[in-house]
Design a protein around this ligand. Structure first.
Ligand code: ATP
Length: 260
């Protein structure tokens, strides 16, 4: 597969929950080595799209190919080549980091000794070295997030799905993580970066996809989006989602609080 070939190809993707259609025909071709900023208002359908690509949600219409493989046939082979940091982590809190990493290693078919050595080093670089044998339940929020990030990368995947990955990270760790993302992308990894923190998305993304009500309403680099709509990404987001009421809503909000 060369650089120009799509590593993710989505054609006419539709998804409904009961009678409610949440994805309304998404078409995407994503080549190797791009950081894709995936943005949209709450409920726009971002997590649904990501979970379909991860094979967590079935029952969609349309075609989804990951690494050249149509994922509707239920094959799990492609999952060995993807990594995921979920927005809300279902991390196994009663395990130690050592046990959790060993468990993942067994799933990915990696040799435990080497994996633990590498994980120790990665945790050291992220400042959580001494805690490999502590239960995850004793970790701080930022430590859990760092462990999740490391676990999404330990099998050296080709595609990464990051859902609010900076949640709980301190400013120094954020800098390390952003640099890691850029280096991974330069090496040909594809990163799907979903977040509500617009100024970070603006800076880290090679390409930004804005989802609104189940449809892609903008697709391009920040510079390309700015040529069509003026301002920061936050302002472009407000314009393209037709939202201009923040001052009135905030004022009503504060008035209600003051009624006590
Ligand atoms: P957020 O920014 O809040 O995380 P999102 O863009 O990721 O939002 P989704 O989680 O994909 O949005 O949800 C899209 C729509 O689908 C929402 O209206 C949500 O209520 C609905 N939805 C999601 N999961 C389910 C489910 N399991 N059953 C029914 N409706 C669902």
């Amino acid at each position: 597969m060369d650089n120009l070939e799509s590593i993710i190809s989505i054609k006419n993707l539709e998804m409904s929950y009961g009678s409610k259609k949440v994805l309304k025909g998404i078409n995407l071709e994503i080549p190797r080595g791009q950081i894709i900023g995936y943005i949209g208002a709450n409920g726009a359908g971002k997590s649904t799209t990501i979970k379909i690509m991860l094979g967590i949600i079935q029952g969609y219409e349309g075609k989804v190919e990951i690494l050249g493989q149509d994922i509707s046939d239920g094959s799990v082979e492609y999952k060995k080549r993807i990594g995921y940091v979920p927005e809300l982590a279902d991390i196994y809190e009663n395990l130690t980091a050592y046990e959790y990493i060993s468990f993942l290693g067994a799933i990915y078919g990696l040799e435990e000794k080497k994996l633990i050595e590498r994980s120790k080093k990665l945790m050291g670089l992220f400042g959580i070295k001494t805690t490999l044998n502590s239960r995850i339940s004793s970790y701080s929020k930022g430590m859990k997030q760092k462990l999740l990030i490391i676990c999404s990368l330990i099998h050296n995947p080709d595609i990464l799905f990051f859902d609010e990955p900076l949640s709980g990270l301190d400013a120094n760790s954020v800098m390390v993580f952003k640099e890691v993302m850029h280096t991974l992308a330069k090496e040909g990894k594809t990163i799907f970066y979903s977040s509500h923190i617009m100024d970070v998305v603006e800076k880290v993304s090679d390409r930004i996809l804005l989802l609104n009500d189940g449809k892609v309403v903008a697709d391009g680099s920040f510079e390309e989006l700015r040529n069509k709509s003026q301002g920061s990404l936050e302002e472009i987001f407000n314009q393209l989602t037709g939202f201009n009421e923040h001052e009135k809503i905030a004022s009503d909000f504060v008035s209600l609080i003051k009624e006590v």
